[in-house]
Design a protein around this ligand. Sequence first.
Ligand code: GDD
Ligand code: MG
Length: 374
Amino acid sequence: MSEAILLVGGQGTRLRPLTSHTPKPLLPVAGVPFLTHQLARAAAAGVTRIVLATSYLAELFEAEYGNGARLGLELEYVTEETALGTGGAIRNAARRLRSAPGDPVLVFNGDILSGVDIAALRAHHRATGADVTLHLKRVADPRAFGLVPTDADGRVTAFLEKPQTPEEIITDQINAGCYVFTRSVIDRIPPDRVVSVERETFPALLATNAHVRGVVDESYWLDLGTPAAFVQGSADLVRGRVTSPALPGPAGDALVLPGARVHPGALLSGGTVVAAGAVIDEGAVVEGSVVMTGARIGRSATVHASAVGRHARIGTGTSLDAAVIGDGATLAEGNELPPGVRIACGARIPPYSVRLSAPPTPCGQEHHTREHVA
Ligand code: GDD
Ligand code: MG
């Protein structure tokens, strides 16, 4: 038996409004809920039992996966009434583990798309006898992450979550959100209160000279916490830049799921995925985007690097770039959204009301974007 804890209780605030009704790990990425990719990868690495630490929209996880048999896994669900933070969630979920005190337990952040060799990480942990082993990545800009310097032997020397000043950026190695804990170490996290594993548990372990190791690798890695990363992760899976046993079709330039309708005169590229029940009309150009269930992209619309929510409607000739369109929103024809705009669930943008190219009007375009942006 090999066990894991999956942290899926966050609110996914940076992905609003997509996460207004769907928790981040259940958003569709390359045709299936993101978590399905993570669960399938864990199963392929020999993990047999996973405890999901839920909080925000908790009931939706069990509704999706049940006992896990479909994925060849045994799944358990633990719900925090109020969010306990990452460390508190790990401690709380550990009540349902069956591992012995000396056994290795994997812990995953629920928003990481990664090609890490999970079995090798666990083997390294066993071989070194570490208390905790962290998967680390080197990134160009580490500010949004936990910084984890290591010594020549691979031992972690510090842990600094989300550095605030340039002086604090002492390494380009970051916490990649996948750990192996020796089970007894989890049981020493204080129970029943909010604990951040990054800000409290790791620094405390280092202060007491615990054996904490870091393993850096060159595999694919992406935190899907922002809209840009979310659409990129989906497109990378569709194009096969990172592999997943759960990809529902062959890798290629686009993935059209059964039950979607794409006009032969539409152009899909860049790893676009079109979900069941979605419709892409003639002349539409959709590049590197996620089109969710029941959405419609109208004639000659252009959609670039965007996420179009369930049953949203994009009108004739409307253009989107790096946009996030909430479920059920309607953008009527002839709108031209500036890059990075978010449209609230159910919002209605009238025809020709947002134009990049039109001269400014006293009370036209600005008014509509601000009113409907989430
Ligand atoms: N159950 C539970 N309860 N889960 C939680 C809670 C909670 O209170 N808070 C966060 N989570 C889950 C989220 O759902 C997510 O899967 C994971 O914990 C990490 O939370 P994020 O909100 O995504 O954190 P982050 O991306 O800012 O930073 C974390 O990940 C980085 C790597 O992507 C940290 O671990 C950083 O150190 C790390 O570099
Ligand atoms: Mg994250």
